[in-house]
Design a protein around this ligand. Structure first.
Ligand code: 8DG
Length: 151
């Protein structure tokens, strides 16, 4: 076995950016421009966590760089890996947090060429990257729970 096989997955973080953390009705999706094999696929905005950076700090940095917004970070959308992360193939593991914009209007400044706010009843209107589909299902369940609790 080469040493590469035993490597820890690269740490990634993404935001499930919703209109209202207390009562999520809309989810922000972003269309990737790079690399060619992922371009055109829709994802949750975010990116790689820098060495020594916490996932939450990386999320604030990535959303500022990519979308030009400040956010308040909410609950972790729990995935099946350690620390509640989600697998992106075998090379990456991604933490996903709910988030709500507190400042700025999101624009596709970097890495994306289009953004869409998807209503809760139409979350699959875009071609999500394959690894994102189970995550979107978990976000859908979490958002439905939030709305139920608030009724
Ligand atoms: N950000 C993000 N990346 C995702 C998602 N789904 C998915 O498969 N990926 C993949 C694409 C990339 O291979 C990897 C994340 O890297 P990235 O390209 O977003 O990170 P970055 O902005 O720091 O990239 P870079 O400048 O270092 O290239 O995870 C997702 O929902 N959000």
């Amino acid at each position: 076995m080469s040493t590469d096989d035993a490597k820890d997955p690269v740490e990634v973080v993404a935001g499930a950016v919703v209109d209202d953390l207390g009562r999520p009705g809309l989810l922000l999706a972003a269309r990737r421009t790079e690399p060619p094999d992922l371009a055109g696929g829709w994802e949750l905005p975010g990116g790689k966590v820098d060495p020594g950076e916490s996932p939450v700090d990386a999320l604030h940095r990535e959303l500022a760089e990519e979308l030009g917004v400040e956010v308040v970070v909410g609950d972790l959308v729990e995935g099946p890996l350690d620390r509640g992360r989600w697998p992106l193939g075998t090379a990456y593991a991604m933490s996903v947090f709910l988030a709500q914009i507190t400042d700025g209007v999101p624009e596709p400044l970097e890495d994306h060429d289009e953004l869409r706010w998807l209503p809760a009843d139409d979350l699959y209107a875009v071609a999500w990257l394959p690894a994102d589909l189970p995550i979107v299902r978990a976000i859908e369940a979490l958002a439905a729970d939030c709305r139920r609790f608030r009724q």
